[in-house]
Design a protein around this ligand. Structure first.
Ligand SMILES: [Zn+2]
Ligand SMILES: [Zn+2]
Length: 213
C-alpha cells in the first residue's frame, strides 16, 4: 500500500449498528463476515416459510439498529469514495480492484443466483421497511392521548371506558377524580393489560349522580 491510502476517505454505515462506523478500506476484509450475515438474512427473510416470515420481519424492521443504508451497502451504495488529492498515486490506488468500494456484485466468488438473491433481499426489505414505517406512524397518531398529545393512550377508566395516558389520569385522580370527557366519577383505572393501576376508594359513597340520602 502506497501513500494513496491516506488520501482516500470512505465513510460507511455500520451493518446493524446504530452508530456510524468508518470502516474505511478495511471493508475489503469484511467480505467473509458479510457473506455469512447476508446468507443468514436471505434464509430468514426470503427463504423462510410463510408462517414465520411476518414475525421475523417485525423483529428485524422494528430494531432501531436496522438501516436500509446498511443493506444497500452490500450492493456498493453509500460508499462515497472521495479522492482528496487527484494524484497519480490516488488514481492507481482506486484502479486496484482491492480498493474499490465494497460490493458483492464485484465478487467472482458470488455466483449470479446469489447476486440476484441479494438484490431481491434488499429490494424486498426496502419495500417492507417503508410499509412498516407508514403503519407505525398511523398507529401512533391514533393512539395519542387527547389530553396531553404527548403520550400514547395507555389507561382505560371505569365505569365509562374512556381513555387517556397514565400520567394524565394519574394527575386527574389526585384532584377531581372525574372523567375528562363525560365527567363521571372514575372508580378505577386499568392499563391495557387489564391490571388495575389506580382506584378511587371514595367512589363507593360518591355515586356518579350523587344520589345519597
Ligand atoms: Zn395524556
Ligand atoms: Zn368518561
Amino acid at each position: 500500500m502506497g501513500q494513496g491510502k491516506q488520501e482516500l476517505v470512505i465513510p460507511v454505515p455500520g451493518i446493524f449498528s446504530s452508530r456510524e462506523t468508518d470502516w474505511g478500506l478495511e471493508s475489503v476484509s469484511h467480505y467473509p463476515i458479510l457473506a455469512v450475515t447476508t446468507g443468514i438474512l436471505i434464509q430468514l427473510v426470503i427463504k423462510t416459510d410463510k408462517n414465520s416470515q411476518p414475525r421475523i420481519l417485525k423483529c428485524l424492521l422494528s430494531d432501531p439498529g436496522f438501516q436500509m443504508s446498511s443493506l444497500e451497502f452490500l450492493l456498493g451504495k453509500h460508499q462515497d469514495v472521495k479522492v482528496v488529492e487527484d494524484t497519480k498515486a490516488s488514481k492507481d490506488f482506486l484502479a486496484d480492484k482491492k480498493n474499490k468500494p465494497f460490493s458483492f456484485l464485484n465478487y467472482e466468488e458470488v455466483n449470479d443466483e446469489e447476486k440476484e438473491n441479494i438484490k431481491t433481499l434488499v429490494a424486498y426489505l426496502d419495500e417492507q421497511k417503508k410499509e412498516f414505517t407508514q403503519q407505525t406512524e398511523e398507529i401512533k397518531e391514533e393512539d395519542l392521548c387527547t389530553i396531553c398529545y404527548a403520550n400514547q393512550i395507555s389507561a382505560i377508566f371505569a365505569p365509562c371506558g374512556h381513555q387517556s395516558c397514565k400520567s394524565c389520569i394519574r394527575q386527574q385522580m389526585m384532584s377531581k377524580k372525574e372523567c375528562f370527557f363525560c365527567k363521571v366519577v372514575v372508580t378505577s383505572v386499568k392499563d391495557f393489560q387489564g391490571q388495575v393501576i389506580l382506584t378511587n376508594p371514595g367512589a363507593g359513597n360518591k355515586l356518579p349522580h350523587g344520589h345519597k340520602h
